[in-house]
Design a protein around this ligand. Structure first.
Ligand code: SF4
Length: 100
């Protein structure tokens, strides 16, 4: 194997790795705090039971305005009603209670 062939193969491998990584990043929503597919069954069940919806369609009702929400970073937080489960700040559920 020549040096030029080896470099070509390495360049192709680097390009493939970069493309794969970018594909995974762009496939996730920029506001997704937790991948619903990887949440424990208990969290998925609670979310379903509370009608968790992300994003909220009501600008006056979303997790960041809810008394049960604790921010953990930009756009993300935890919810007491979901036993500390991760939620998006822009989501909402039927247990929404406006912060005092
Ligand atoms: S109770 Fe509902 S609206 Fe309030 S933080 Fe939890 S998921 Fe969001």
């Amino acid at each position: 194997m020549t040096m030029s062939t080896r470099r070509s193969i390495l360049a192709l491998m680097s390009a493939f790795a970069a493309t794969t990584l970018l594909g995974k990043v762009s496939a996730q929503s920029p506001t997704a705090c937790a991948d619903p597919a990887t949440l424990p069954l208990s969290q998925r069940s609670r979310r379903r039971a509370l009608g968790y919806t992300s994003p909220s369609t009501d600008a006056q009702k979303h997790c960041s305005l809810c008394a049960f929400f604790t921010s953990t970073g930009v756009g993300c937080g935890t919810c007491q009603m979901l036993s500390g489960g991760t939620v998006e700040a822009t989501a909402v559920c039927t247990s929404f209670a406006k912060k005092a």
